[in-house]
Ligand binder design. Sequence first.
Ligand code: GDP
Length: 189
Amino acid sequence: QRSSSITSEDSQTNSGVSWVPSYFRVALIGSNGVGKSAISRQFLTSEYVGYDVTTPENEEQETTVSVLLDGEESIMEFTEDPQVTDLENLHVDAFIVAFSITDYSSFVAATSLIQHLRVTMGTDRTILLVANKIDLVRQRKVTAKGARDFAIKYDCDYRETSAVLNHHVDDLLVASLKQIRSKLSPPSE
Ligand code: GDP
């Protein structure tokens, strides 16, 4: 029924409408308590989400959403807390590595995860470093500059979010999809 929004003009002008949505997997990793579940729950409320594919009922369930961006639909599956020992064998298109700005050790953990990913997988995989809980400004233990400098050095996008306030979580969803798409080679005409 969604195809009703795709006109014949779209297909004739090849305006980028996908008939079959691409399916992308994203792993959300980071220390316990940094807000990974809260972030993935907020993805469901994004204005870019066309319809919920899976609304998780328990912690183990994956969040899967349909995202409409730039006239194209993509299905995105978010896996939380995969086994760290298996990270390089995970078939995912991107990693969102989260830490809490109130917990310096969670930043240190995030930096070692990213170093591990870059050593084992090189630079072809999308990685986003996310500083969460920015609503807790007065408890801040990690500076934006320190985190951003690290992200630049390791070829990662850097974002700051507050999952409880739903602040910049939408931007994170869009940024991860844009970067996954930009790493794919364009289809040959
Ligand atoms: P996870 O273990 O990484 O999945 O973390 P959770 O999503 O379970 O969050 C851990 C705790 O941090 C919960 O009590 C959340 O309500 C809280 N939390 C998550 N995100 C934020 C945030 O952006 N700001 C604040 N103040 N608390 C948050």
